[in-house]
Design a protein around this ligand. Structure first.
Ligand SMILES: [Zn+2]
Length: 304
């Protein structure tokens, strides 16, 4: 049986913290993933570079998902390429639940060095970030070219270019990829989200100050499962007048696939198309790309 300490450490490992620095008009998020990351990766047999990439993408997804205002909203991060080794990367967040997968070319990846660059993996690609708000039923999507040396840089670029919000993003992996952490810091001088701005002012003194403090965070701190996020937050900003903790969230692995959902998808195919997919036993087997669960659908059930 796990001791109380172990339970506490596990709970702290898959967590997100939302905070604000009111006097600087800044807000931020800290995220750490441990067991949830292992859980998600264990559904796949990914080589190290792909596992690292998905680990970073999941931290990013959690950082961005925590900015959703309503709890039922969904955040989807999707990276797509034209002819990259990685063809598609998808990760999403809803109500603290994370999931994700990567589609890639195993043979081409094997020809790469052990730590291929972002460009080597994606080539010419695009990053799409979609915010679905459940309450208002609003959907917003921003798309930017996948540029820079890392996913973190690409997302900073997304916020500056697409949202006009000065942002700092840092991601780190530790313990051989079993722990991941990240920080997102943003400057919102207008004091509210979604307000039209013509351009982001990256040299605002408030933002320069916040960015400098946030930039002192180390990869080792971000990916240290023993270091509570609250402690990390205090280390960074203890000299500020006020650091307001807005929310803390426990992150879990979640997938929304179900037999009924898959059956519904298959039912929409024409009978001739289904006939081409069915196996000798009369089943069409569909596996969920997120969690690798397999759903055998009996075709005769659909036709009755
Ligand atoms: Zn699934």
């Amino acid at each position: 049986m796990a001791s109380e300490n172990e339970i506490g450490a596990a709970a702290a490992a898959d967590a997100g913290l939302a905070f604000a620095l009111p006097a600087r008009h800044a807000r931020g998020r800290l995220v750490r993933l441990g067991p949830v990351l292992d859980d998600i990766l264990s559904a796949h047999d990914y080589p190290a570079p792909i596992a690292r990439l998905l680990g970073e993408a999941l931290v990013l997804t959690a950082l961005l998902g925590a900015t959703l205002k309503d709890a039922g909203g969904q955040l989807t991060l999707q990276a797509q390429t034209e002819a990259g080794i990685v063809d598609l990367l998808v990760a999403d967040y809803r109500g603290g639940e994370l999931r994700g997968y990567v589609r890639f070319d195993r043979e081409r990846l094997a020809e790469q060095p052990s730590q291929p660059s972002l460009f080597a993996l994606f080539g010419k690609g695009y990053l799409a970030i979609t915010f679905d708000q459940a309450v208002s039923n609003e959907r917003y999507q921003g798309i930017v070219p996948l540029e820079g040396g890392s996913l973190a840089e690409a997302v900073e670029h997304f916020f500056v270019q697409s949202e006009q919000i000065p942002s700092l993003v840092r991601l780190a992996l530790g313990d051989g990829g079993h722990v991941a952490g990240g920080i997102l810091l943003q400057h919102l001088p207008e004091g509210e989200e979604g307000r039209e701005r013509l351009h982001a002012r990256l040299d605002h003194p408030e933002w320069e100050h916040v960015r400098a403090l946030g930039g002192t965070i180390s990869a080792a701190e971000l990916a240290d499962p023993e270091l509570p996020l609250e402690t990390l937050l205090w280390r960074l900003f203890h000299q500020e007048d006020e650091v307001r903790i807005l929310a803390s969230v426990t992150l879990t692995r979640g997938c929304r696939c179900s037999h009924d959902y898959v059956r519904g998808v298959i039912a929409r195919f024409a009978a001739e198309e289904r006939a081409a997919m069915v196996d000798d036993d009369g089943f069409i087997s569909v596996d969920c790309e997120f969690c690798s669960r397999v759903f055998p659908i009996r075709v005769s059930d659909l036709e009755s």
